[in-house]
Design a protein around this ligand. Structure first.
Ligand SMILES: [Zn+2]
Length: 288
C-alpha cells in the first residue's frame, strides 16, 4: 500500500523562490486587522480599519506637521545633572545614558521651529521613548525656552505631550518645573500670543497638571489616555467603579476638559485654521 504513504519529504522550498514578507505587514492590536505597513504609515500610523492612533516618535510627528517635513531643532543640547544623585534599581545616570543611546536625544523633549502651512511656529514635543516622556528639569527648561522664544518672536507655540508625567528621579526639581513653565506661558497669554496644547496617548501626571491643560486650545488625539492619577488609583480611593471610556479623549471632551478631539490626519489643517482665527493675520498660501 505504498501509494497511501508519502514517501518523500514533500515539497522543499527553493531558495530562489522564497519571498520575504517579514516586516511588510502591520497587525492592529485594537481590531486585529492586518494591513500593509506602507498603507499604515501613509495613514499617519493610524489603523486603516478602526482608526486606532498608534504612538509615534517626535521625528515622525514633526514631519507630519511642518511643511515638507522641514524644521530646525533648538535647545537640543541641555542635559540633566542628576541633581538628587538618585538611584533606585539602577542609577539614574545610567538610565539617562541608555535613553540617550536609544533615542539619540539628550532628554525627553524636542523644540522645533519651522513653517506650518506657511506660518512660522515653534513646537515643543515630548519623546515618549525617553524614560516615558517624563518631565524633569531639562524638559522644564526646554519648554520654558520655547515659550520665551515664541514670546520674543511673536509667533505661536504648540506643545505636544506624550508622557507619564513628572520624572520621579528628579523629585522636587520636576515639581518646580510645573511652576516655571506655567509662568512662561502666562507671559505668552499676557502678550496675546496663541498657545495650543495637543494631548496624545498617554498624557498623565504632572504634565497634565501643568502645561498640557493650559492651552488656549487643548486638543486630544482620538482614544488617548489623558488624566492625572491612573484609573486604578482613583477606583481604590473613591471605592467606586469608573464609567467606561473614563480618561479617554472622547469622554473628556464630553465633560469639558478638552476643546476638541482631532484625527491625526486632520491635525495640521485644524491647527492652521485655529491659528488663522486666533491671530487674524495673513500667512503664505497653504502648502498641503
Ligand atoms: Zn485597528
Amino acid at each position: 500500500m505504498a501509494w497511501f504513504k508519502r514517501e518523500s519529504a514533500g515539497l522543499e522550498p527553493q531558495p530562489d523562490r522564497v519571498i520575504k514578507s517579514e516586516g511588510l505587514w502591520f497587525k492592529c492590536d485594537g481590531c486585529r486587522h492586518i494591513m500593509w505597513k506602507k498603507d499604515f504609515e501613509a495613514n499617519y500610523e493610524v489603523c486603516t480599519k478602526c482608526d486606532k492612533h498608534f504612538r509615534i516618535d517626535t521625528r515622525t510627528r514633526l514631519a507630519q506637521l511642518f511643511d515638507d517635513g522641514v524644521w530646525t531643532e533648538e535647545d537640543g543640547n541641555i542635559e540633566t545633572t542628576d541633581p538628587l544623585n538618585f538611584t533606585d534599581l539602577k542609577p539614574y545616570k545610567g538610565r539617562v545614558k541608555a535613553a540617550q543611546k536609544k533615542t539619540g536625544r539628550k532628554d525627553a523633549v524636542v523644540n522645533a521651529r519651522g513653517k506650518m502651512n506657511g506660518r512660522e511656529v515653534i513646537i515643543s514635543a515630548l519623546e515618549y521613548g525617553f524614560i516615558g516622556g517624563s518631565m524633569g528639569g531639562v524638559v522644564g527648561e526646554t519648554v520654558t525656552r520655547a515659550a520665551e522664544k515664541a514670546l520674543a518672536a511673536g509667533i505661536p507655540l504648540i506643545a505636544i505631550s506624550a508622557t507619564g508625567g513628572a520624572r520621579m528621579m528628579e523629585g522636587t526639581v520636576s515639581l518646580m518645573t510645573m511652576v516655571k513653565i506655567s509662568a512662561a506661558l502666562a507671559k505668552l497669554d499676557d502678550a496675546k500670543i496663541p498657545y495650543i496644547s495637543i494631548l496624545t496617548d498617554p498624557t498623565t501626571g504632572g504634565v497634565t497638571a501643568s502645561f498640557a491643560m493650559l492651552g488656549d486650545l487643548n486638543i486630544g488625539e482620538p482614544g488617548a489616555l489623558i488624566g492625572f492619577a491612573g484609573p486604578r488609583v482613583i477606583e481604590q480611593t473613591i471605592r467606586q467603579k469608573l464609567p467606561p471610556g473614563f480618561q479617554r479623549s472622547e469622554f473628556l471632551l464630553e465633560k469639558g476638559f478638552l476643546d476638541a478631539v482631532v484625527h491625526r490626519r486632520e491635525m495640521k489643517h485644524y491647527l492652521t485654521r485655529a491659528l488663522d482665527w486666533m491671530t487674524n493675520t495673513p500667512r503664505e498660501a497653504e502648502a498641503s
